[in-house]
Design a binder for this molecule. Structure first.
Ligand SMILES: C[S@@+](CC[C@H](N)C(=O)[O-])C[C@H]1O[C@@H](n2cnc3c(N)ncnc32)[C@H](O)[C@@H]1O
Length: 371
């Protein structure tokens, strides 16, 4: 019985009552496979694995019947199920971060005597990351022509192009027939009247028939997808060519190359932990990776854009247009900004990053994935 845990011990470890565990047994959701000699329920290693999943879904707010369907899903193995769970938890964390940002905005408005409307108050409860930060996006996010040229070249002679996670459409080529896909209503609303038609959907389930486009592109969005590999396979399914601009989430890549994430925002490690590396993404769809150097005066204000203009990160508008700052939470953000400000005025930043002044473009782990 050594490898089994009694129901009392499981209750102690999980903070779930013995009564609840008995209920799960009675309805067949989580039946421990053994009994102790005294007749108490006992959980094997496999039981614990299933129970952990049940409890995590419960914490995410799923109903017991839905949970039964999820944990009994024969189509997924343990790793796929863990990845799905992880994606849902990250989504919950992002949503909480988005709500904190919305509350901070409301507190700021109240301090100035401005009251939010009932509609704004309700919107906050349903906040998704881009529903909250999307309104700040266009302030600094726009086409960087040198990177756009790389993307468009990689699209080859594609005439019809699907842009997945399209946002405001900064990188949509004007000389091809583009269809956009974007799940956030706020981001869709920013698209101009002349922008390509946009469908509300996520990358993981594209509402298009197999091979319906010459090419599918995705720019600076894969890191937001719950399941990047599933999303890329969907792109592969609907298009003959796939072009993706992303960062390499591997430990040796992007995070350590860039002074901001390395020296000021180590919390970013938690955001990318467990995410597939660029190599894994490329392998999943049989693609190749090309490094993309970031010019020192990059026009699109994504996270790495200001690598040679560090003062920019002290600007609230610059930070609000980049989701990482919301995702790490207000404490980490404030600490990073304060430390950077101090280091800039003391000359410490300049001392540490002396070699950057001579570079016109930097290799920061950004990649073009072409398949
Ligand atoms: C950093 S923005 C990039 C937008 C646009 N591609 C650009 O370069 O301006 C990331 C976008 O990914 C979208 N997104 C988030 N989750 C997604 C998903 N599962 N599938 C597709 N797009 C998603 C967000 O709503 C947001 O518009």
């Amino acid at each position: 019985m050594a490898e089994h845990l009694t129901v009392g011990r499981v209750a102690e470890l999980t903070g779930v009552s013995v009564r609840t565990l008995h209920h799960y047994d009675e309805i067949g959701l989580m039946r421990p496979s053994a009994r102790t000699s005294a007749g108490h329920r006992a959980y094997s290693t496999a039981d614990v694995e299933r129970l952990r999943e049940v409890l995590a879904y419960r914490r995410l707010g799923f109903g017991l019947r839905e949970i039964a369907d999820l944990v009994d899903d024969p189509a997924t193995d343990a790793v796929a199920r863990l990845r799905r769970l992880r994606g849902l938890l990250l989504e919950q964390r992002d949503r909480a971060a988005a709500m904190v940002t919305a509350i901070d905005e409301e507190l700021g408005a109240r301090a100035m005597g401005i009251r939010t409307t009932p509609e704004e108050q309700l919107r906050m409860v349903g906040a998704q990351l881009y529903e909250t930060i999307g309104s700040a996006y266009p302030a600094t996010r726009r086409t960087e022509p040198r990177i756009a040229a790389r993307v468009w070249e990689a699209l080859g002679d594609a005439r019809t192009v699907l842009n997945v996670g399209a946002g405001t459409g900064s990188y949509e080529p004007a000389d091809r027939e583009v269809t956009a896909v974007e799940p956030s209503a706020v981001m869709r609303a920013w698209r101009g009247p002349d922008a390509a038609p946009c469908v509300a959907a996520g990358a993981e389930s594209l509402p298009f028939a197999d091979q319906s486009f010459d090419a599918a592109m995705a720019f600076s969005t894969v890191h937001h997808w719950h399941d990047p590999v599933a999303g890329l396979r969907e792109m592969r399914r609907v298009a003959r060519r796939v072009v993706v601009f992303t960062h390499d989430a591997s430990d040796t890549g992007w995070r350590r190359r860039f002074w901001l994430t390395r020296d000021y925002l180590p919390e970013v490690a938690g955001l990318v932990a467990g995410r597939p590396s660029a190599d894994e993404l490329a392998r999943a769809i049989g693609g190749r990776l090309e490094p993309v150097l970031i010019p020192w005066d990059c026009a699109d204000g994504f996270l790495e854009a200001y690598w040679r203009r560090p003062e920019a990160y002290l600007n609230d508008a610059v930070r609000r247009a980049v989701s990482v700052w919301t995702r790490v939470g207000p404490e980490a953000e404030q600490r990073a900004v304060h430390t950077l400000r101090d280091d800039l005025s003391s000359g410490r930043w300049a001392e540490r990053n002396r070699e950057l002044a001579a570079l016109d473009a930097a290799e920061l782990g950004l990649r073009l994935l072409v398949a």
